[in-house]
Design a protein around this ligand. Sequence first.
Ligand SMILES: [Zn+2]
Length: 165
Amino acid sequence: MTNNKQKPQESDFEYPEDMEFFVSLLGEDQLDKNKFDFRDPILKRREFAKVNKSIMAKLLADGRNRCELRLLESCNDTGLVLDHIIPLSSNELNKRIRKLPTPRGKKIARQSVGSNHPSNLLVACPKCNGYKKHRFIKRVGDKWLIVKGDDPIWHFNMSNPPKIR
Ligand SMILES: [Zn+2]
């Protein structure tokens, strides 16, 4: 499966610039269609509840029995959980790329992005998982880093400047 990755198409995304973001976030070689699922997050969460235990058992059996995020000093390997590399839903793209204003008394709209496929899952300790929340992470060398608002990744050269729709 890993050497036969299918790439998502720009048309799979709600906005074409989002694909460009994921190219720069993951790198071309990690841009796997399996990592994405644009269906209703409610559906995805329901499905995740059903497959969570079996995927976790498989990853543990593969020897993945340590927190792979390692974001915090207090990180330890007890009570490991599955963590979505690309969050099931996020408003970061609307916030950072399209710079949508926050509606009064509300939050910026979320988009459905990540999948429950094992290629989009990591083994993590509850502390790192809770700290990461719905933010994006990227692999830098042998470390996962949280993508912050001032990260150059949000300022890539976009072939199609974002349109507010
Ligand atoms: Zn951890």
